[in-house]
Design a binder for this molecule. Structure first.
Ligand SMILES: CC(=O)N[C@H]1[C@@H](OP(=O)(O)OP(=O)(O)OC[C@H]2O[C@@H](n3ccc(=O)[nH]c3=O)[C@H](O)[C@@H]2O)O[C@H](CO)[C@H](O)[C@@H]1O
Ligand SMILES: [Mn+2]
Length: 362
């Protein structure tokens, strides 16, 4: 019987087998095949992994080599007056309705506060912009900062400027330094104040994250006159704007009121009006907020709108729904424009009187 099978039959059988096995291979290999066990495994695990890394990173960020940020440890035998649970400031409110301290002279003991924070020994970054004619403010700002800004702590001033030759040489205390970063000049002053959010976001990502535990953002047109100390430190600390903390009703705060802007706040909402000239906190909390202001103002720009007080409007929106952990009184940014009101016992830093027309680009 086998002898009846010709060579041609055998060859046909062989070809048939090859065609059949190729067909099976193609079907099983196909992405659409019903038994493909891992269609969603192509890209998503990487995204998820990034999110996990982010969370892990921020929960570790509040530690540093010397101590843990947030610790309230104090040395034994430290001498200071006994604190009272009955007596304190009665002329001002020193706690918010979300239970955060509202800091005024007389609500803290510098000896106790300094002892606690020296044990942590944090690295503090102070970001300040001096673009165009504003470099003229640097000398007094930095020299007075050396006397009063977190005196005795590790501080790096990050000076962002378009003219590094105009950054003055200042005698610096131990553990303190100046890092100069170059940014482009701008035609509009609004681009400088908003640009602070962009360049600070980039600089934190590229450099500052590895060098600081706390970060402050400040206007350069100001001078320190008294202690601006560790009592100002917390995950997120914001300063009451001097013009609106006494009598202003929430509907009269100069928040952004146009619903088309990302900074919009309705008239029946709001706690306080905070200044954008002094704000600070733990590095990652500040990074989130600075980046938020940058991204929100970019969104506004796409929609051809600019918030009424630029980044200050976005800052106020964020802080309404993400409460600051410390509110600093206007001692932490007073002004040479008006008489200092009686509840401000100590002017720690003050905004200088300046001729806007003369120093701002137009
Ligand atoms: C006390 C207060 O509430 N200050 C805010 C108010 O600013 P001011 O009216 O005080 O604005 P400003 O002219 O001081 O500008 C803010 C800061 O940007 C920098 N700068 C600005 C212009 C320039 O040409 N070169 C330069 O370097 C500099 O650090 C300056 O201090 O409104 C601004 C937005 O409108 C910001 O929200 C400020 O923080
Ligand atoms: Mn200013």
């Amino acid at each position: 019987m086998l002898r009846n099978i010709s060579k041609t039959d055998l060859a046909l059988c062989f070809v048939g087998l090859i065609v059949l096995s190729s067909a099976i291979y193609v079907i099983f290999r196909s992405d659409d095949f019903a038994f493909d066990i891992c269609p969603p495994c192509k890209e998503e695990p990487e995204v998820l992994f990034d999110e996990i890394v982010d969370t892990v990173r921020s929960s570790h960020d509040r530690t540093n080599s010397s101590g843990k940020i947030g610790d309230l440890k104090m040395d034994a035998r430290l001498q200071y007056p006994q604190p009272s649970s009955m007596k304190g400031r009665t002329d001002v409110n020193s706690v918010t309705n979300w239970n955060a301290p509202l800091v005024w002279e007389g609500t803290f003991d510098p000896v106790v506060i300094d002892n606690i924070y020296h044990k942590i020994n944090p690295r503090i970054a102070l970001v300040v912009f001096a673009v165009g004619k504003y470099t003229r403010f640097l000398k007094d700002f930095l020299e007075s900062g050396e006397k009063y800004f977190l005196y005795g702590f590790r501080v790096t001033y990050y000076v962002f400027t378009d003219n590094e030759h105009e950054v003055p040489k200042i005698v610096l205390g131990e553990g303190r330094k100046i890092t100069v970063l170059t940014v482009p000049s701008a035609k509009r002053w609004q681009d400088v104040v908003l640009g602070r959010m962009k360049w600070a976001t980039i600089a934190i990502d590229k450099q500052i994250r590895g060098e600081a535990d706390y970060l402050f953002m400040m206007d350069v047109d100001s001078v320190f006159y008294n202690r601006f100390g560790a009592e100002s430190l917390s995950p997120l600390s914001a300063v009451l704007h001097r013009l609106y903390f006494e009598y202003t009703k929430r509907e009269d705060f100069p928040y952004e009121r146009r619903p088309e802007s990302k900074a919009y706040i309705p008239p029946d909402e709001g706690d306080y009006y905070y200044t954008a000239a002094v704000w600070g906190g733990c590095l990652e909390d500040m990074y989130k907020l600075v980046r938020y202001c940058y991204e929100q103002s970019e969104e506004d720009a796409k929609n051809n709108i600019e918030a009424v007080w630029q980044e200050e409007s976005h800052l106020n929106k964020y802080l309404l729904y993400n409460k600051p952990t410390k509110v600093l009184s206007s001692e932490y940014l007073s002004s040479d424009y008006e008489k200092v009101p009686p509840m401000i016992k100590v002017v720690r830093i003050s905004q200088l009187v300046k001729d806007y027309g003369q120093i701002r680009p137009h």
